[in-house]
Design a protein around this ligand. Structure first.
Ligand code: ADP
Ligand code: MG
Length: 357
């Protein structure tokens, strides 16, 4: 009885505290950070990039501390020597605690402008490869940004919840989350990740593959922004009904002068096929390590693709063909993880055992 009263009281207090809709679900991604507020949806989506003045310690962020996210991404590959841009989570682990902290605090403050002094609870999804020390560093940053309680959750768990999968049942479900710096493949059951493949081949490697292709075939040097732009515009994993072309601009390696050219969707598909197949091989190896009862559940539940890379046209078809399982792209795959963190927040009491501390 007393325990139940305690739970009700806690629920009531949380309800009062959250009237302003202030609790935050955060997807701390290698390419993009998203903030989702329960009942309100996505309130922030910005690149996970920070610009700092070179040689400053502690780091000094230009533009009076505002060169974070969108402002910082505009500067990539366009900075003078006095400024450098950093993607603190690029390789999927929280490689740079200090810069990750600066970024997290900036984004939290940005969405908390009208907080009336109420401190939020925060659920942050972190790459599965994050160590206990890295998770502590994330929590510490969120507390310093004003959170009253912070939970971390493994990215595939949040993604599966955001994609609407029933992860708390004793039934296997599988997600493949293709981000910028990392791909996370997981089979879940009873709210836990059972088998996981987390590795550093994802969207960034597709961009690198486009850069290499254009250099080797056309002798044209292009930057990462252009490579990503053409990949998003015409990239695919499976032959398209109608192949298209796209104009790219770069620097002719021999002449050292700016030059533009038309490239076809078939060429971009060939360029990115290396990383695409590495991702599919990882999905197969995750399946191979999955216990038979759970693996057989996947004949019904299939594979759900999420993250920005999931938008690549034809990827679901290719995954289906290669695994023999039904593969589908989650609704709004880029925001699935962030929406999952908000759902976990809304039902914190119910999901308490699903979340790590
Ligand atoms: P992370 O979770 O690591 O921050 P995201 O899930 O936000 O990453 O995905 C970012 C990656 O998705 C980038 O490499 C980006 O180029 C890629 N991406 C975004 N849109 C598309 C698209 N339409 N087609 C293919 N790749 C895309
Ligand atoms: Mg992600």
């Amino acid at each position: 009885m007393a325990a139940r009263a305690g739970v009700s009281l806690r629920k009531a207090v949380n309800f009062m505290m959250n009237l302003g809709g202030l609790d935050l679900g955060i997807d701390l991604g290698t390419a993009n950070t998203l903030v989702c507020v329960p009942g309100r949806g996505i309130v922030l989506m910005e690149p996970s990039v920070v610009a700092i003045k070179t040689g400053t310690s502690p780091p000094v962020v230009p533009l009076d501390g505002r060169a974070v996210g969108n402002e910082a991404k505009r500067m990539i590959e366009r900075t003078p020597e006095s400024i450098k841009t950093i993607r603190p989570l690029k390789d999927g682990v929280i490689a740079d605690f200090e810069i990750t902290g600066i970024m997290l605090r900036y984004f939290i403050k940005k969405v908390q402008r009208r907080s009336w002094g109420v401190r939020p609870r925060i659920v942050v999804s972190v790459p599965s490869g994050a160590t206990a020390v890295e998770k502590e560093a994330v929590k510490d940053s969120a507390i310093r940004a004003g959170a009253r309680k912070v939970y971390t959750v493994a990215e595939p768990k949040a993604g599966a919840v955001g994609a609407g999968l029933k992860i708390s049942e004793p039934v296997g479900t599988m997600v493949v989350d293709i981000g910028g710096g990392t791909t996370e493949v997981a089979v879940l059951s009873l709210g836990e990740v059972v088998t996981l493949e987390s590795f550093g081949i994802a969207g960034d490697e597709m961009d690198d593959a486009v850069i290499t292709y254009v250099r080797d075939v056309y002798g044209l040097e292009i930057g990462h922004r252009t490579a990503e732009e053409v990949k998003i515009a015409i990239g695919s994993a499976y032959p398209l009904q109608e192949e298209v072309t796209y104009e790219i601009r770069g620097k002719d390696i021999a002449a050292g002068l700016p030059r533009k050219l038309e490239i076809s969707s078939a060429e971009i598909r060939e360029a990115i096929s290396g990383p695409i197949h590495q991702i599919i091989d990882a999905a197969k190896s995750c399946l191979d390590r999955t216990p038979p009862e759970l693996a057989s559940d996947l004949i019904n539940t299939g594979i759900t693709l999420l993250g920005g890379g999931a938008i690549t046209p034809g990827l679901a078809e290719l995954v289906s063909e290669e695994t023999g399982l039904e593969a589908r792209v989650a609704e709004d795959p880029i925001t699935a993880v962030a929406r999952g963190t908000a759902i976990l927040l809304e039902s914190l009491d119910e999901y308490e055992e699903v979340l790590g501390d």
